[in-house]
Design a protein around this ligand. Structure first.
Ligand code: SF4
Length: 302
């Protein structure tokens, strides 16, 4: 009944529902597109729908609005936010830039529009490696995720300063957990998201975005995998690979904010057209520049 109503309203209002891989399974099921930040930003930039209902956290819906200013972008739960995105703000980044005018500022997509607007280019965990390598011989400041920054700094020997931000879910992972899980599942490959600490990433067989983890597990001949990212990814992994086994690296890998959105929230959002995302136009134009560059460079290198 609920699902039927959502589908009907979606059609009537020419809306499209986008959902991140970390969303609840029933929300992923009702979505038109499921993906990671890069996939969903590409879809948001191209869609012909009049309304985008973004099932994720607020910086994601804001990114959709920056890329699709003529659409009405809705976030079903107003306070679904990302703590990492709140670990940096415009004022602090301005001060940093004044003190370090020689550093290129590269921002992770997990940031608000005002931070994207002050950055030279934006990246997601899917394209950060490709894009950051373009700046290999320059001084870089990477904001706000210290873990992805430190991982790339070590991998490519970069002159890179990191902001002290982190994802409170991935940052809690410990090397001992990887060792323990490897002991329990000796044939499993370990796939970890780069928001985890460097000492954990060093123990992984593969480090990559949620899309990268899904692709790697799906294409691999291996049958067992230890997954080091938010538990929502297990749903698409098991759907695509019903014969393979997936073990979550740690049961604490659950993002409370990503799980706030329920089906009744999606329905209410469509019915009442709330909560609409608004981005001030001058900020949007500047933020769009860093996102457009990201989309262009990830396309070129794809
Ligand atoms: S999983 Fe981490 S980075 Fe992603 S939305 Fe939740 S807190 Fe933010």
């Amino acid at each position: 009944m609920l699902i039927e109503k959502i589908k009907q309203l979606k059609q009537e209002k020419q809306a499209v529902i986008l959902a991140h891989y970390y969303q609840r399974p029933e929300v992923q099921d009702v979505a038109d597109y499921i993906g990671d930040s890069l996939d969903l930003s590409r879809i948001a930039a191209k869609t012909n729908a009049k309304i985008i209902v973004f099932c994720g956290v607020n910086f994601m819906a804001e990114t959709a609005k920056i890329l699709s200013p003529d659409k009405k972008v809705l976030l079903p739960v107003a306070d679904a936010g990302c703590p990492m995105a709140m670990m940096i703000n415009e004022k602090k980044l301005r001060e940093y830039k004044q003190q370090h005018p020689d550093r290129v500022v590269i921002c992770y997509v997990n940031s608000y529009a005002s931070v994207k607007a002050l950055s030279d280019v934006c990246v997601t965990s899917s394209n950060a490696e490709k894009i950051i390598r373009r700046f290999q011989h320059q001084k870089i400041c990477y904001v706000p995720d210290k873990n992805l920054g430190l991982y790339l700094k070590e991998k490519y020997q970069l002159d890179l300063e990191t902001w002290p931000g982190y994802c409170c879910i991935h940052n809690n992972l410990k090397p001992e957990q990887v060792q323990e899980m490897r002991h329990l599942h000796p044939n499993a490959k370990v796939l970890i998201h780069p928001e985890a600490p460097l000492e954990v990433l060093r123990l992984a067989d593969y480090v990559g975005s949620t899309s990268g983890i899904i692709r790697t597990a799906t294409e691999s001949a291996d049958q067992e995998f230890i997954i080091g990212t938010e538990e929502g990814i297990l749903y698409p992994l098991r759907q695509k690979n019903p014969e393979k086994k997936f073990y979550l690296l740690n049961k604490g890998l659950l993002c409370r904010n990503m799980k706030k959105t329920t089906l009744p929230d999606v329905l209410r959002s469509l019915e009442t057209e709330t909560h609409e995302i608004i981005v001030e136009e001058s900020v949007r134009i500047q933020a769009r520049r860093s996102l457009d560059l990201m989309l262009e460079w990830s396309q070129e290198d794809a």
